[in-house]
Write a protein that binds this ligand. Structure first.
Ligand code: GLN
Length: 456
């Protein structure tokens, strides 16, 4: 814990930690020492972690990297973080992210962007760590903590993991409780670990999972021992290679990485099959209707009354002006864009044309996966991202849709509620890390982690 705290202080330039909690960390570490001495050490006893700012942590600023939550210190602890602390984990502080988890580059944060510790060859230009869990990814990659929590609504664990050479898993929807995690798009959001390797991710995930009566979508299912399932034996497993993920204009390096991943799995005894997920091309548009729709509803609660920031009012201003000014000041541009898109697609005149249609597409996407799993496919291998980490400002200068295209390989998994993992699988010609994604059957995170283990 001390080593991490001092590494964090030396790495302010990365802007990964937005609130440091050294007192809490030292207290938890001392308690962990006492448990170890007493011979009662749980799985994460004394392990120092970073916590994404989207998680409510009792008495500690939890702002979802938004100015509208300025000064908000929850009275309660999220289920996932409290389970991690019960398992002995130590909290080093809160990690930067895109505002309300909306973004793919950590550039929408009220705290400013995060920097990726990796560089392109000898080029000094700063790169994004991806988003929205950019602080988590950068902190793990730069050895500021041994693991971090992330959340993934459309790729926010897997894409930053791929950009930083770390491992991140989004479990099946319902595996981790969403209670106490600031909501973005409630039917898509899931928490998960970001770690140095598959084993660490398995150990962390174990502590994060489980039924929680406080989240009605949380599954009442036993959680298997994920670490015990890491045998590396994938003989006889069937791995699907979806033809729709061969995108036009995809960099040759990504194609080569994918081929290498296929070979590794085959050499380990898996059988590869070509599969089709025919509705893949509609996933991004459907996601960028459904996620903003849910966000516009979830973000209605930031009204200047219940949480955080309230604008100062002029003479004659009433409650409507208070709402308007508070929200105009408190939300950043990307969040406003999503609220506007979401409100539009849910409006009486456009609901059927956009929202309802997107929901139908979502059902078809889910069915695509169900069909291939019914044909005996155990897991699906794809690239995690269409490129390696990009430069700061490189995507924000273009139109916002350019940024959305980053999520092309990840959003299908959230729409279908499936588990997905990104593992580091090589580097591009400038030495930047690249990730491969494995998508698993629902509730089979153990098998998925084991397939990923075979890729390491
Ligand atoms: N990049 C996607 C978005 O901006 C996904 C974000 C996420 O998974 N939280 O919506």
């Amino acid at each position: 814990t001390d080593a991490c705290l001092s590494a964090i202080d030396k790495a302010d330039v990365l802007n990964a930690f937005v609130h440091k909690t050294p007192e809490i960390a030292r207290e938890q570490a001392a308690a962990a020492d006492a448990r170890i001495k007493a011979g009662d050490a749980p799985s994460l006893c004394g392990i120092p972690l970073g916590i994404k700012d989207l998680f409510c942590t009792k008495g500690v600023a939890s702002q979802a990297a938004s100015a509208i939550l300025e000064g908000f210190k929850p009275e309660y602890e999220s289920t996932v973080t409290s389970q991690l602390f019960d398992a002995g984990a130590v909290m080093l502080g809160k990690l930067n992210m895109d505002e309300f988890a909306m973004g793919s580059s950590n550039e929408t944060s009220t705290y400013g962007n995060v920097i990726n510790p990796w560089r392109r060859g000898n080029d000094d230009a700063a790169l994004t760590p991806g988003g929205s869990s950019g602080g988590s990814a950068s902190a793990v990659a730069a050895d500021l903590c041994l693991g971090a929590t992330g959340t993934d609504t459309g790729g926010s664990i897997r894409q930053p993991a791929a950009f930083t050479g770390t491992t991140g898993i989004k479990p099946t929807y319902g595996r981790c409780s969403r209670w106490g995690i600031v909501a973005f798009a409630s039917s898509l959001d899931q928490a998960g670990p970001m770690a140095k390797d598959v084993r660490d991710a398995a150990i962390m995930l174990q502590a994060m999972c489980g039924h929680d009566p406080k989240d009605s979508t949380s599954a009442d299912l036993a959680v298997p021992d994920f670490e015990a399932m890491l045998t590396g034996d994938i003989k006889g497993k069937t791995i699907g290679i979806p033809r729709e993920y061969h995108m036009d204009g995809m960099p040759a390096e990504i194609d080569a990485l994918w081929a290498e991943g296929r070979k590794m799995l085959q050499d380990a005894g898996a059988k590869l099959v070509d599969i089709s997920l025919p509705h893949t091309k509609y996933a991004l548009p459907a996601y960028y209707v459904i996620a903003p729709a849910e966000a516009s509803s979830n973000l209605a609660r930031y009204d200047g009354v219940r949480f955080g920031h309230r604008a100062s009012l002029g003479q004659g201003d009433g409650i409507t002006e208070m709402y308007e000014k508070t929200r105009a000041e408190g939300f950043g541009e990307e969040v406003k864009r999503r609220v506007m898109v979401g409100t539009y697609v849910l409006s009486a005149g456009f609901y059927d044309a956009y929202y309802n249609r997107a929901r139908k597409v979502r059902t078809l996407i889910k069915k695509d996966f169900e069909d291939v799993f019914a044909q005996g496919v155990d897991a699906i291998l794809t690239p995690a991202t269409p490129s390696a980490a990009f430069g700061l400002g490189e995507m924000t200068e273009a139109d916002p849709v350019q940024m959305y295209l980053n999520d092309v390989f990840t959003v299908t998994v959230n729409l279908a509620g499936l588990p997905g993992i990104s593992v580091p699988a090589g580097v591009d010609k400038q030495g930047l890390p690249l990730g491969l994604q494995l998508i698993g059957r629902p509730w089979e995170e153990g098998d998925l982690l084991n397939c990923a283990y075979a890729l390491e």
